[in-house]
Design a protein around this ligand. Structure first.
Ligand SMILES: [Zn+2]
Length: 106
């Protein structure tokens, strides 16, 4: 699985802390959500993360996601962090603080 760089992780947490990430649902194979722009107020992007025979893939409707599909954009990275946490819910339950930060809607 691809790893996030420290910079991508930092950008992702910057999106998580003001609750710009909305998790719309998913399962162990992938998830969907919407993530707000850090710079353009009121702008949100549709993000999808999934797995196929080649491994992990993601799509994001932001300009970076559209033009540089081989790189994580901060929106996909932020949703990935939420998904990672939710995926392991049974063995490592989220704290109420986690849930507040992730703004889980399902
Ligand atoms: Zn994006």
């Amino acid at each position: 699985m691809r790893k996030l760089t420290d910079g991508q992780r930092a950008n992702a947490y910057e999106l998580l802390s003001p609750r710009l990430v909305r998790y719309h649902g998913g399962d162990a194979k992938g998830c969907r959500g919407q993530v707000g722009s850090r710079t353009k107020e009121g702008v949100t992007y549709d993000v999808e993360i999934g797995t196929d025979s080649k491994g992990l893939y993601w799509r994001c409707s932001c300009p970076r996601g559209a033009f540089q599909p081989s790189e994580w954009c901060s929106h996909a990275a932020a949703l990935f962090l939420v998904w990672s946490a939710i995926k392991h819910k049974q063995s490592n339950p989220l704290t109420s603080e986690d849930k507040a930060a992730y703004n889980e809607t399902t």
